[in-house]
Structure formats: C-alpha cells, structure tokens
Design a protein around this ligand. Sequence first.
Ligand code: DUC
Ligand code: ZN
Ligand code: ZN
Ligand code: ZN
Length: 460
Amino acid sequence: MTTLIKGGQVVSPAGAVEADVLVDGERIAAVAAPGALTGDETIDATGKYVLPGGIDAHTHMEMPFGGTHSVDTFETGTVAAAWGGTTTIIDFAVQAKGTSLLSTLDKWHSKADGNCAVDYGFHMIVSDVNDASLKEMRACVDAGVGSFKMFMAYPGVFYSTDGEILRGMQQAREIGATIMMHAENGIAIDELAAQAYAAGRVDPVEHGRTRPPELEAEATSRAIRLAAVTGAPLYIVHLSASQALAAVAEARDDGQNVFAETCPQYLYLSIEDLAKPGFEGAKYVASPPLREKSHQADLWRGLRTNDLSVVSTDHCPFCFKDQKELGRGDFRAIPNGMPGVEHRMDLLHQGVVAGEISLGRWVETCSATPARMFGLYPRKGVIAAGSDADIVVYDPAATQTLSAETHHMNVDYSAYEGFELTGKVHTVLSRGRVVVSPSGFSGGAGHGKFLARALNQYLN
Ligand code: DUC
Ligand code: ZN
Ligand code: ZN
Ligand code: ZN
C-alpha cells in the first residue's frame, strides 16, 4: 500500500520546496515535483508544511527522581510526543549507584519495549564512575547507546567529581562516544540552597536564585576544558544562560567538538514564572532554572548561529498535586522537571512566526541535527527516498491554545497554560503508519521500535 502526500511544501534545513512525497510501507519511496507521483491513497497537504518527524533527544519517561518518578510512562509520553509531531524520542537510562550500565540498559528496555507509540533510543546516565562502568561504556555503544550523560550537579545522587568526569571523557574519546553534560556547579548550588533554607527562604523562586547563571557558566567552561584535555566530544544539555552560551560559542570558534541544546522553556518562560504567588512557582522548577528574560534573545541568536544546534525538551513531568507539593516549605524537595514533549514543534514554530529563526532552522534544530548528532541519519531527520516515513503534515495557519485540559501528557498542569499559538500538527506518520490525523489518534503502544544508534555524525 502506498500513500501520496500531495500539494505541500517539503521543509528541510535548506528551506521549503513544493513537492509530493510517496510513502511505501514504512519508508519514503520518492520525493518528486508536484503531480509527478501517484499513490493508492492520498493525504492532501495543500497549504501545509511537510516536515521530517521531530526528534526529541532529551526526555525522561518514568524517571526516578527525589523519591518519586516522572509521571509520563513510555506509553503516555510517546503518545503525547506523537500528537505534537515528535516521532522519535531519545530517553535516558539512569544508572543507580552500585549497579552496572548493562543491567541499567536492560531495565530501561523492559520499561520501554513494547510500550512506545513512536520510535525511541536511549542515552546512558553514568552516575557511578568506576573501572567496570568505564569498561561497559563500549558495550553500550555496541548496543546502540553511544552517548553518556554526566552530572556536575546533584551531589550524592548523579554527581561526578572532576576526576570522574575526566575518566568518563577519556573513555568516551577512546570509543568515539559523546559526553552529554549537565553543567551546573552542584557543590556551590547546594551550599547556596542550604543557606537560603536556613534563612527561611523556602519558596519555589529560591530554586532559581540559588542556581545563578554564573554557576552554569562556570561548569560549562570547566566541562569544555576537561573535554579539551581529553579530546572527548561534548554536548551541553539544556543550556539556559547567556554566559554558558558564550563559553560554548568560544569553544566552537576554536574548532572544538562542543555542541549544545536548549529547550523551549528557556526561550519562553522566565524566573518570573518561578516567582508566581503561593506555591504556583513549583510548576516551573527544573534544573537549570528558568532565567531572567534577558537571556532569551541570546538563546534565539544561538539557535540562528548554530552555537545552539538542537532543541530538546528535557520533558520530566511531575504532577503539581502530590509530587511538586513534596516541596511545600522547602524548595529543595520540589521534584525537578517540567512537562513539554508535546509542544516543542509548536513552540519553536512560534520562533518562525516571530522571525527569530527560519523555517529551515526550525526543522534543522528539531529534527535534522538531532538525527545526525545522535547517529540516526539518514534513517531519521530527513524527507528523502529510503528514509523512514516519519512525516508531519503541519498547518501553519491553524491556531491553538495550550492547556492541561486538552494536552495528552499525563500531568495535571501545563507550563504554557493559555499560550495562544499559530500552527498545529495536522497529520503524523510514524514509519508509514498514520498515528495522528484530524480524526484523532490512530497509533498504538508497541508500534514504536528501539533504535540502535550510531555515533555522533558531526565529529571532526
Ligand atoms: N533536570 C531536571 O529538571 N529534571 C531531571 C534531571 C535534570 O537534570
Ligand atoms: Zn506514580
Ligand atoms: Zn540535566
Ligand atoms: Zn534531563
């Protein structure tokens, strides 16, 4: 059975061209001038964009954190992703101290396998650096997990010392893997947070005040220097602050293999949200924290200049009721994380509407670059013959209002409640199967397959 997606504008990093796309089974069979192809069935994309499916390279489904766990399962989270035009997620397997990387990977496979509505891969969080873990990194690469996250924050939990980071990076260099870094100085932050609490400053906004941009910048610079010493490729996750971006830009200008992502929350929300009255600010507690609005223009510029190459969500949803509330009276106990997997494509489309980024850059940061960065190209991230038929038909003229009432994420609030957006997903295909259309969701848990990924395809 073939399906012709007809009359739309096919968008790639190079821009938009009018073309028809023929899907045969799970793959794209052909892309050709309008009218040149025929199919058994037709999807009318007139007046719409035809995009490669979104790739969200940073999600946390069912993630254990602070005695609870993020509330989207691999099923609910990938269904929400599909609704928003994301057809691939890369989630994080989380090594607990005292456990092995390979048993961790098995554990995450057992959570995800058979439950995902779209395709998925894993990164590995290394939180116990020792000879055995370092050795196992190579087996992870062989198992399709060639990217390893380390933490300069969260002492006692995920944190690694500089020496441990150095060892992780040496091994990454050796095996061609990329180190993903949570770059915040957690030792200094925990001290500031303890001081705030002792002084009776306990509200959610203190989460932001005790994690200042300087401590993100310092850690980012330190990670970059450690990467330079070891030769490891480095990818800074969830970059939020102008000063950290400056450090990344400098390293890139020097030709170092340093990359960075930002997230929609840093482009659209700010510390003013964290400072909302009562306990409302807890909805916006994530790390790094939301910043002053003045950082946003720099982040948009970084997206234009490619110093920020990827937009991911860091989707890590905790319900306001019962979960965020664990931190009433002590901001340090608020589970860190915000929901977002569903609306990344839409929120970044607002950047196109506002003239912050081009149409090509939207697709590049949300799909094409994450595909290459994480070894999925050309299977994913491009509309071309032979690629998986992960396709989004996007209506740039439709409007929508974001709300917890209508979203599909398994969480009781929206960080973007009431946001009025221009543009909306019309139809989504995941490996050739229509999973979202104007008549609703037609995908299913178990359709999504594990993606064994190659190494970073950008390394020089
Ligand atoms: N940051 C979050 O906000 N949540 C999960 C982990 C992280 O680094
Ligand atoms: Zn639960
Ligand atoms: Zn992180
Ligand atoms: Zn994260």
